[in-house]
Design a protein around this ligand. Structure first.
Ligand SMILES: Cc1cc2nc3c(=O)[nH]c(=O)nc-3n(C[C@H](O)[C@H](O)[C@H](O)COP(=O)(O)OP(=O)(O)OC[C@H]3O[C@@H](n4cnc5c(N)ncnc54)[C@H](O)[C@@H]3O)c2cc1C
Length: 538
C-alpha cells in the first residue's frame, strides 16, 4: 500500500557528523530526495564542536576514516597516526565536497521535534527556525556524545572570567599563556586538555572528580614511506578492522593472563605500554577485560607505571583508581599526562577529599580553600547515548513519546529501529554496535544496512516499516547478556549511563551492545538475507 500525497522528502537526516554525512552519501547515490539538518554551522559533528586544546581521536587515523571507498582511501593522506580534531574536520569536509553533499544540507538548523503522521505515512519534522517539513523516513544521526553536561555547582553562572564546557570551546583560539587555569574533570577530554596546556599556562589546577586509568597514546607524524606503505595496505586494513570485535586493529591475544609466566607477562605488557594506541586496552590477554583477577594483575602493572612517572608519591596515589580496574571504563590516552603533575605550576585537587562548594565571580571554593582563576574549563562529559534523543522530542504511533517508551532505558530492534516508531532509523544509536567499537566501523555497518533496506522498500513499493515488539524483547536480552559478560558493563561510567551531572542514573539500562561488531554485522545481515523478518513491511 502507498500514499498518494508525497511528503517533502523521501528521507531526512538529523545530524551531519561522521554518521550523518555517510548516510547522506548513500541517499545521494540511491537518488532519494533528501535533506540533512544540522544545528552546527558546518559538517563534522564531534570534530566540529570539540575545539578544546588537544582534541584528537585515539583510533588509528587510517581506521577512523571511511573504508568503503578505495579511491577515497588513496586520495586522502593522514598526517598524524592519531589525527587531531582539525585534521579530521578537514577530512570530513573533503568527503562532503568530493561527493557533492553540501547542497542538500541545512546548517544552524536544529530539529526540535518529530511526529509520526500515520495517515500520510510520514514524519513531520519541526525546525528551530519555525519551519516544519515532512519526510517518509527519519534517519537520526544525533551522536552518542553530543549532549554536553555541566556540573551542578552553585554559582557556576557567576564566574566573570572565561569558562566553557569542552564541547563548546570557543572557535577563536584562547591564549592560555601565563593564565591561571582550572580544569574540572579528568576523563578522556580533561586529560587531553591538561597534556596540551600544562606547559603554556601560568598555573593549572586540576579538579579530579574520580581518577581514571590513563595510558600513553604514543602518537607520531607519518613519514612519507609509512604513508606509501599504508596506502598499499588498504585491503589488509579493511580486512583487519572487519575481523576484530572492536573494529580496531587491536585484538585480544588467545592466551590467558595466568597461562604464562610472570616474566613473559610483564615483558608483553611492557611492549604494549611502549606501543601505539589502544593495544594496551584491547590487545591484551583475552581474560583481562572479562575476569576480575587478571584485570587486577594488569591494573597493578599500570599502577606501577603511574608511580614511576609521578615524583610525589602522595599525588601518584591520588591518581591511581581504587574503585575500578584498568579498561573497565573508557581509557583516556595521553602524552605526558602524569609528568605534568611533576611541574611546579600544576596542582591536583581531589574532589573526593575536598568537594567544590561553589563557584563565584573569581574562582572555585572547595571545602578546603578558595582558588582564583582566569579560565575554567569544564571537561565534564556528556549525557551520553540518550541525551540528544531526549532533546529531539520524538512522538511515534498513537502519540507514543520516545522518552516515555525509554523510561527504563532504550528499547530497540538491533539499536536501529524502535517498535511504535515506524520509518525511524536510529543510526548507530543506543544499543547499536557502534559505541563499543571504533565508531566509524560500526557507523558504516549501520548505514550500509539501513541504506540497503531503504532501497529494498523502494523496490517493493513499500512506504511503511515498523520493527516488531518481539524483536525488541530479543534484542534487549541480547544486549543484557553481553553486558554481563564484560567487566565494562558492570562499572559506573557513561557506557552504563552513570553521570553525576544529570538526575537520572541509567546504570543497568542496557545502553550499548557489547557483543562486538562481527556478531552485530551477522545479526543485521541475517535480517537482510531473510527479507527482514523482524519487521512489519507494508
Ligand atoms: C573528544 C572525543 C573523542 C573521541 N574519540 C574517538 C575515538 O578515538 N574513536 C572513536 O571511534 N570515536 C571517538 N569519539 C566518538 C565520536 O563521537 C565518534 O567517533 C563519531 O564522531 C560520531 O559521529 P556521529 O555522526 O555519530 O555523531 P556526532 O559526531 O556527535 O554528530 C552528531 C551531530 O548531530 C547534531 N545534532 C544532534 N542533535 C541535533 C538536532 N536535534 N538537530 C540538528 N542537529 C543535531 C550535532 O550537532 C552533531 O553535529 C570521540 C568523541 C569525542 C567527543
Amino acid at each position: 500500500m502507498s500514499t498518494d500525497e508525497l511528503p517533502d522528502y523521501d528521507a531526512v537526516i538529523v545530524g551531519a557528523g561522521v554518521c550523518g554525512i555517510f548516510q547522506a552519501y548513500w541517499l545521494q547515490k540511491l537518488g532519494f530526495r533528501w535533506s540533512a539538518f544540522e544545528r552546527g554551522s558546518d559538517v563534522g559533528g564531534t570534530w566540529y564542536w570539540n575545539r578544546y586544546p588537544g582534541c584528537r581521536f585515539d583510533s588509528e587515523s587510517e581506521t577512523y576514516g571511511y573504508l568503503f571507498s578505495r579511491e577515497l582511501f588513496q586520495e586522502w593522506t593522514w598526517r598524524e597516526r592519531f589525527a587531531p580534531r582539525e585534521e579530521t574536520e578537514r577530512y570530513l569536509h573533503y568527503f562532503v565536497e568530493k561527493f557533492d553533499l553540501r547542497k542538500h544540507m541545512q546548517f544552524n538548523c536544529k530539529v526540535t521535534s518529530a511526529r509520526w503522521e500515520e495517515r500520510r505515512r510520514c514524519w513531520i519534522i519541526t525546525l528551530s527556525d519555525g519551519r516544519s517539513v515532512s519526510s517518509r523516513f527519519l534517519l537520526t544521526a544525533l551522536g552518542l556524545l553530543s549532549d554536553p553536561t555541566l556540573p551542578r555547582y552553585p554559582g557556576i553562572e557567576r564566574f566573570k572570567g572565561t569558562s566553557f564546557h569542552t564541547y563548546y570551546a570557543p572557535k577563536e583560539p584562547i591564549d592560555y599563556r601565563g593564565k591561571r587555569v582550572a580544569v574540572v574533570g579528568t576523563g578522556s577530554t580533561g586529560v587531553q586538555v591538561i597534556c596540551e596546556i600544562a606547559e603554556q599556562v601560568g598555573s593549572l589546577t586540576v579538579f579530579q572528580r574520580r581518577p581514571n586509568w590513563c595510558a600513553p597514546l604514543n602518537n607520531a607524524v607519518f613519514s612519507a614511506e609509512e604513508t606509501a606503505e599504508l596506502k598499499d595496505r588498504y585491503d589488509e586494513i579493511c580486512e583487519l578492522c572487519g575481523s576484530t570485535p572492536s573494529g580496531y586493529v587491536h585484538n585480544a591475544v588467545a592466551k590467558r593472563t595466568f597461562d604464562v609466566s610472570k616474566e613473559e607477562r610483564v615483558e608483553f605488557w611492557e611492549r604494549l605500554y611502549a606501543d601505539r594506541g589502544f593495544g594496551k586496552w584491547l590487545g591484551n590477554y583475552k581474560d583481562v577485560l572479562t575476569d576480575p583477577e587478571p584485570n587486577a594483575e594488569y591494573s597493578k602493572f599500570i599502577a606501577g607505571k603511574i608511580r614511576q612517572r609521578i615524583k610525589n608519591p602522595a599525588v601518584a596515589e591520588m591518581m591511581i583508581p581504587k574503585d575500578h580496574g584498568f579498561g573497565t571504563r573508557r581509557v583516556p590516552m595521553e602524552r605526558g599526562y602524569y609528568e605534568a603533575f611533576n611541574q611546579d605550576n600544576v596542582e591536583l585537587v581531589s574532589l573526593e577529599d575536598t568537594p567544590i562548594k561553589e563557584i563565584d565571580e573569581t574562582g572555585i571554593l572547595t571545602t578546603a580553600r578558595k582558588y582564583e582563576f582566569d579560565i575554567i574549563v569544564y571537561a565534564t562529559g556528556f549525557d551520553a547515548i540518550i541525551g540528544s534523543y531526549e532533546k529531539l522530542n520524538v512522538v511515534g504511533r498513537d502519540g507514543l513519546r520516545l522518552m516515555e517508551k525509554w523510561k527504563a532505558g532504550p528499547r530497540t530492534a538491533f539499536g536501529i529501529a524502535v517498535p511504535g516508531f515506524p520509518n525511524l532509523f536510529t543510526l548507530a544509536g543506543p544499543q547499536s554496535g557502534s559505541v563499543a567499537t571504533n565508531f566509524p566501523r560500526g557507523i558504516e555497518d549501520a548505514v550500509n544496512w539501513t541504506s540497503n533496506l531503504l532501497a529494498f522498500l523502494r523496490e517493493h513499493k513499500c512506504t511503511r516499516i515498523e520493527a516488531a515488539q518481539a524483536a525488541e524483547v530479543q534484542w534487549l536480552a541480547e544486549v543484557q547478556k553481553w553486558s554481563k559478560r564484560i567487566l565494562f558493563g558492570q562499572q559506573n561510567s557513561w557506557f552504563t549511563g552513570y553521570n553525576t551531572n544529570v538526575d537520572r542514573r541509567r546504570a543497568d539500562a542496557a545502553l550499548i551492545y557489547a557483543g562486538g561488531q562481527i556478531r552485530y554485522r551477522k545479526v543485521l545481515a541475517q535480517q537482510a538475507e531473510q527479507g527482514y523478518p523482524a519487521f512489519d513491511v507494508q
